[in-house]
Design a protein around this ligand. Sequence first.
Ligand code: SAH
Ligand code: SF4
Length: 343
Amino acid sequence: MTNISDYSPEQLTEYFKSKKIPSFRTKQLLEWVYRKPVFKFDEMTDLPKTLRDDLAADFSLYSVRELIRKVSIDGTNKALFELGDGESVETALIPSGDGFNYTICVSCQVGCPMGCAFCSTGHQGFQRNLSVSEIVDQVRYFNALLGSNGRISNVVFMGMGEPFSNYDNVIRAANIMNADWGINIAARSITISTVGVISGIRNFMREGHQFGLAVSLHAPSDQIRNRLLPYNKSTGVDKLLKACRDYVSITNRRITFEYCLFKGINDTREVADELIDKLKGLNCHVNLIAPNATFDHGLQPSESVLDFENYLKDNHINVTLRKSMGSDIDAACGQLKSNSYRT
Ligand code: SAH
Ligand code: SF4
């Protein structure tokens, strides 16, 4: 069955036309689908009953189905969603602290082909890309769950998968999240995080998207980065940073670098000096992350996170230490994986 969020506003208008239903119903339906999502067509109370029945016969309302949901002591929610073909992905919902606004961490692939050394998603291998509606519906579903008690005001593509190896669907999904007829989340509040797919960064730059861009750098040299992120062997740090510099100068936007600190690997003074040198003069922000526990990959969390942070600060690099949320329910960065791969 077709999922309702797979239809564009134009296709919905066509659908209504074929049923001789006035076009103003499109706007009403879009409101229910994206602005005040509900769990059943029957709850769309300003649509005639016959239309609600027709819609329920012709469309499914969500392409994701909640299998399990866990709530962390810090308020983070993690849902395991089943997809139409029986595959599954996880999504995390993180409270902002004001009691109303939330950040959602969405997945864009079942598994991930990049195989980063410390990431559970990479460890499970790659199964498939998510469709546009499977990405958008993670947000719609959690908004329906929040109802009038909250709203999703920030989206980060930091769940399962590499956004730039599912480029078209990710950009389409982000556009629907941003559209005024869609979920209407500000473009600057939608961030795409990439392991460093250069063609993706360059397309993203050329197409002039207003979404935020984060690059998982984790190391300033090929020697270290190749070990942590094997995908680096096909690109190299210098080529990646050149693309980042071009992005910043062409778009005039700041870029975020994620940097997960591992003991004795990428947390030494020597590595910090190389990082400072390579980021010099670049309008960027470095997000330091203490690694979350995943599988037994043999890398130890750094014991000098604060030193590293202060040293970057002393050297005029914008830097913050990212607070990890939801680690007690395995909902933190790098901990998301499909149920069947749970060990
Ligand atoms: N594939 C994209 C986005 C998803 S991963 C990317 O790699 O950027 C989101 C972030 O979580 C990335 O910065 C990734 O490096 C980080 N991450 C992966 N495993 C982690 C772990 N065990 N602890 C902390 N962060 C982790
Ligand atoms: Fe994929 Fe990102 Fe995990 Fe690397 S860190 S395996 S790119 S999801």
